[in-house]
Structure formats: structure tokens, C-alpha cells
Write a protein that binds this ligand. Sequence first.
Ligand code: KG4
Ligand code: ZN
Length: 351
Amino acid sequence: MGRLIMGIETSCDETAAAVVADGVAILSSVVSSQVDVHRKFGGVVPEVASRKHLELINQVIAAALAEAGLVFNDLHAVAVTYGPGLAGALLVGVSAAKALAYGLNIPLIGVNHIEGHIYANFLVEPGLSFPLLCLVVSGGHTDLVYMAGHGCYQLLGRTRDDAAGEAYDKVARIMGMGYPGGPALDRLAGEGDAGSVLLPRAYLEEGSFDFSFSGLKSAVINFLRRSGQAGETVNKADLAAGFQQAVVDVLVDKTLAAAGAMGVSTVLLAGGVAANSRLRAELAARAEKEGYRLVCPPASLCTDNAAMIACAAYYKYLRGPFAPLTLNAVPDLKLGEERYEGDFRRKIFTG
Ligand code: KG4
Ligand code: ZN
């Protein structure tokens, strides 16, 4: 059955565990969402998230094993997201993974959450050849990443303020939709006319691959305020469509410009906002027109899950090194960075 890696993911508000064979065959993928718990607060409450992870983690791990038809002793390695994310939330997954690695005497692999999102593409297509360009759009990140090989990341651009998913969630909230607003706004936008409410697009300096979405969010607030003062009723579907188009235009333009600048022929899409219907459709159409290949995971692998963590871990398993049992949560972990606090091997080798 190949190398069996269990992935564990608790960086935000989903408690997830999965078993993946050889980085490609998903034997199980269990995601327990806390969305209903956080909805009444209008967003994720960190302390509540970590408490919920603690309640759920053992059941989710047991369910992932059972769904895969395996027992603990069948596992070859255990992988866990150790950053970036909420400290208290990450700690639950990291502690569970360390206990499993220690108890089963198998390697522990620390995975960066963003790396996991990117590797959801390798679950879909393990034979992808480098170099690659990936647009990562999630609730916390909007990154354009160039990959020269497995584990080799160059950050070409990032958001200077709100992440794309954050902008979706905030605008949805302003428009009176529930949490998380991204999927609801996506649906509503599908019923609207994107041309009837024109909103600004922030391209920033010439040649920049950075993003900015806070001005767009302010423009939506101002539009609603002006309409209210003028006593006009707002067509919410048109406003949602106008907002979505402004986000998608910038994401698509900058992604394809970066692909051209870096000379890559294959473009990847990753992160929760990669589930957005308009972004998927428009990036696919423009990529085809301009001669790029677009790879995009199914929506269920775009939002947070542990199969993507087990997949990223497989390639780290092949190249090593493994994480020490002193692995800690690193809330501000950067892509391509390994931060093993209290790394006992480093102490041994450096004296
Ligand atoms: O990657 P993810 O599951 O968690 C983070 O790592 O942040 O991304 C969650 C984000 C949320 O902001 C959510 O509103 C957004 O992805 N999202 C969407 C859609 N589905 C999820 N945004 C727009 N359209 C969607 N269909
Ligand atoms: Zn995520």
C-alpha cells in the first residue's frame, strides 16, 4: 500500500486528520468544522477554537484511521501543521502528532500550512514538473509563489493588508451575510451583474506582484453609505458581483503576469478562495487563452483539510530531515522556513 502518512491539521477552525498513501492516494480525509460554533461571534475566536480542537482531535484521528481501514501500527509517519496559524489551535495538533510519533516510534514531519495548500495540487497531479507558479488565496494569505522544485519557494508577491478571503468575509459581513461569508458572497454574486457596480482595483506600482484589498473593502462601505444617504435601495447581488469581479480581475492579471515574468508554463491555484467559482472559471479561461496550463484542486481540497498536509509531508519524508519531538507551534512560520525550537539535533551537532 506504499508509505502511509497521517496528516493532522488544526491551524484555524477545522479539526482535520487524513491518511494518504505515497502522497497521492487519499485513504481517508476527515474534516470537522467548527463554523457553527464561531458563527455567533461573526469570526473565529482563538480560545474557543483551541478548546474545540482539544475536544475533537482524538475522535477525528480515530475516524481517519477507521475510514482508511488501518490501525495505528500501519502508519509510517505522522505529519502536522505547525504554522502559520493560531498558537493555541496549532498546539493541539502538534501535541497530538508528537504523542503519536513518540508512541509509535515513527518519524514526525512538520508542515507549513501554506505549503499544504500548495501541495493539494500534487494530490490531483503528482507528476507536475517544475518550475511552477502558485496563487495561494486563503483567509490569511494572498501569495504568489514560484517553485523551482519540491520545497523550494520564492515569494514573488503578497497582500499588503487584507487577504483575499479576509476581504470576502469582511465585505459579506458588512452586507449582512453570515460567517464565513466567502461562499455565500460567491453564490450571491452569481445572481448579479458585475458591470453595474464599478469598484476600484489596486494594481499598485508597475510590475508589482503584491496585492491590496482594504481599499476595495472601504469602497464597498462607502457605496453602501452613499446609497443609504440617498435613500436608494442597493441590489446586493450586483454589489457582490462587482466586488467579486474587482478581486478576481487583480488576482488573474497578476498571476498570469507573474507566470510570464518567471517563464513558467504551469500555474497552480490553492487555498480556500480557490474554491471561488468566478476565480476558477476566469483563471481557467485566461490561462487557456494565453497558453498556460492551470491545475486546480477540487473545492474540497482547497479549503482546510489534512490530506494536503499528508501530501506535502510525503515529499518531506523522502528528502528529510524529520522534525524533532520538541517541535513547537510557530504562529508566524514563513513559507520555506523550518523553525524547530529547542531542536535537540541542532544542539547535538553544533555543540
Ligand atoms: O484556506 P482556508 O480554508 O483557511 C485559511 O487558511 O484561511 O480559507 C478560508 C477562506 C475564508 O475566508 C472563506 O470565506 C474563503 O476561504 N472561501 C471563499 C470561498 N470558499 C471559501 N471565498 C470566496 N468564494 C468561495 N467560494
Ligand atoms: Zn488554509
